[in-house]
Design a protein around this ligand. Structure first.
Ligand SMILES: [Fe+2]
Ligand SMILES: [Fe+2]
Length: 360
């Protein structure tokens, strides 16, 4: 697709088609992996659980869920000003991350066919669900005279390579954090229907069960690979990925406080709730979880978010300066973030394996 710089600058590829959000560390990413290594995975350690989860996915409980009802058939010009801008940003980011999941799962389905039939089947169901989710959000964007050009996105996005182990940790976490994000928002709006300004939110209850099942599949896959939980390296990786996901969540949620405010949600409380719930859930899959209730934990994460704001301001204020000068202006702030992240990383984690032994 040929597109003019002017069109890109204005944020539109063609009338009504939105240019994807500018790629930064915090925007939803597109992943690729070592498919041969996935195909060679020995699943025997946890095959029974994996088969049970795949049967759940096959049941396709939400096959009739993503159908737009009459509530959508009206003009949405009533959502205007800052609320409209913030809501469209939310739709765009959600659609991109659902679509990113679809592309990865579709590719895994294709590459594992005839090589690892159980995994290929599972990824086919996961891709089916994510395609539905992305498609449903894209239709919502059409209500605002916009749509994401998913074909353009497929061809022009840069793909980040993650080894299969990293994919398992990060996708597990993103499915579970997605579950908690949707369900907490749904429950809040159920109690305060006055804030439900668009019908999409009403679909979140069943929707998030898809994400929950996807997470359960990745949990079963993770537990089938002892090297992913049964050694000191795995414990370090678990801490690293939990912290990265929670830091990213804090930065993106606090940056978009006005969107949450439009729904009557306090962004800070929402962030804390989502992080604590996701952390607790992760104890079922990961060998360790983080001590999110440690008195320093949330304040340090929020301090990182404040620095992120300052970095953004700096970028705007010195937009005419060279990359070299900007780097040195940003350096003290980047060092401060690194220092806070290190402090967060060394907070004593909670042994999830010990909790598992107590429970059973
Ligand atoms: Fe999804
Ligand atoms: Fe998902």
């Amino acid at each position: 697709m040929v597109q003019s710089n002017a069109a890109l600058k204005s944020g539109f590829l063609k009338a009504g088609v939105k240019a994807p959000v500018k790629e930064t560390l915090l925007t939803p990413r597109f992943y690729t992996t070592d498919f041969d290594k996935v195909a060679q995975m020995d699943l025997s350690e946890n095959e029974e659980e994996l088969r049970a989860v795949v049967a759940e996915l096959k049941a396709d409980y939400n096959r009739h869920h993503f159908i737009r009802n009459d509530e959508f058939k009206q003009s949405w010009d009533c959502i205007d000003g800052q609320t409209r801008i913030a809501f469209i940003d939310f739709l765009e980011r959600s659609c991109t991350s659902e679509f990113s999941g679809f592309l990865l799962f579709k590719e895994l389905t294709r590459k594992l066919k005839n090589r690892s039939s159980l995994l290929s089947e599972a990824f086919e169901y996961l891709a089916r669900d994510e395609a539905r989710h992305a498609g449903f959000i894209n239709k919502a964007m059409a209500d605002f005279n916009l749509s994401l050009d998913l074909g353009y996105l497929t061809k022009n996005r840069t793909y980040t390579f993650f080894p299969p182990e990293w994919i398992i940790y990060t996708v597990y976490l993103s499915e579970k954090i997605g579950y908690w994000r949707y369900i907490i928002m749904f429950r809040h709006l159920e109690q305060r229907p006055g804030y439900q300004y668009y019908p999409l939110f009403r679909y979140f209850e069943n929707w998030c069960q898809d994400e929950n099942r996807h997470g359960d599949f990745f949990k079963a896959l993770l537990r089938s690979q002892p090297q992913l939980w049964d050694n000191w390296k795995a414990r370090l990786w678990a801490r690293f990925f939990l912290l990265s996901v929670f830091a990213t969540h804090t930065l993106t949620v606090l940056e978009r406080a006005n969107f949450y405010q439009s729904l009557g949600i306090d962004a800070r409380n929402y962030n804390i709730q989502v992080i604590e719930k996701t952390n607790e859930t992760s104890a079922r899959a990961f060998p360790v979880i983080l001590d999110t209730k440690h008195p320093k934990f949330m304040p340090l994460l929020e301090r990182c978010s404040q620095i992120n704001f300052r970095l953004k301001l700096l970028e705007i204020r010195y937009s005419d300066k060279s990359k070299f000068i900007k780097f040195f202006l940003k350096l003290p702030l980047m060092l401060a973030v690194t220092f806070y992240m290190l402090r967060l990383f060394i907070i004593k984690p909670i042994d999830a394996e010990a909790m598992r032994i107590e429970v059973h």
